[in-house]
Design a protein around this ligand. Structure first.
Ligand code: URA
Length: 230
């Protein structure tokens, strides 16, 4: 893990303030000042801030940029899983908070903390998820207003809750939903006569996929991100 993430996770400092503290030489790694925010921290390293020893809290929280072709599962004998993208030593006890389809890309949250992930996935939590949706055909005003009102999905008895729609261009939009029904976005778009050609999750609650991550990369969540799920 990077030193600045370690400091931000183990203290109340934001990542920016952690970088500042590192730059000022307030952080020591194994007894020597370390002024490089990107320096790596291994399990056996001793890290201090102003002389006080730091430890990560017991639970682990990660974001992963899920690439296409990877399934949202912890293990599978035939197909590559999201957990396979993490180093073996980091996988133990992690589960996925909100799955994505195999062909969907973007933000995947992984944690060891069941209570925390429940606050993301429980229907009553109504946690907002924002997706960038690519379509084969230009979307109509009528389809947008149906999504904003709520649509009836095939084989279901209650309409979806009103969705937030932001048009990017006539074939691309950002769609924000509060539910997590099976294949929800694809089925919502099918209900208004559209086929989804690309689907990418940008945000869960107040946690946004880090623009510095490439597909397949991950990072620890900051303390602020962890605490934003309440
Ligand atoms: N809705 C879908 O249809 N697929 C996903 O992967 C996520 C939301």
């Amino acid at each position: 893990m990077r030193l600045d993430f370690f400091i931000a996770n183990a203290t109340d400092l934001s990542r920016k303030d952690a970088k500042r503290a590192i730059g000022k030489g307030r952080v020591e790694r194994n007894g020597h000042p370390c002024r490089q925010a990107s320096a790596s921290v291994e399990a056996e390293d001793t890290i201090t801030l102003d002389g006080a020893s730091l430890a990560l809290p017991g639970q682990r929280y990660l974001m992963l940029f899920k690439p296409e072709g990877v399934i949202s599962a912890t293990t599978d004998s035939n197909q590559p899983t999201a957990l396979d993208l993490l180093p073996a030593g980091l996988r133990d006890g992690l589960h996925i908070a909100g799955r994505l389809d195999k062909d969907t890309t973007g933000l995947l949250l992984l944690t060891t903390d069941g209570a925390w992930s429940h606050r993301i996935t429980a229907p009553r939590a109504a946690c907002r998820k924002t997706y960038r949706v690519g379509l084969d055909e230009p979307i109509s005003r009528d389809a947008i207003s149906q999504l904003e009102t709520g649509v009836m999905l095939k084989d279901e008895s209650a309409p979806t809750l009103p969705a937030g729609v932001q048009l990017i261009d006539d074939r691309t939009m950002e769609l924000t939903i509060q539910e997590g029904r099976y294949h929800q976005i694809k089925r919502m778009m099918a209900a208004v006569g559209h086929h989804v050609s690309a689907l990418h999750r940008l945000r869960i609650g107040d946690i946004t996929l880090d623009a510095d991550l490439a597909p397949g990369e991950y990072r620890d969540l900051t303390l602020d991100e962890i605490r934003s799920v309440s």
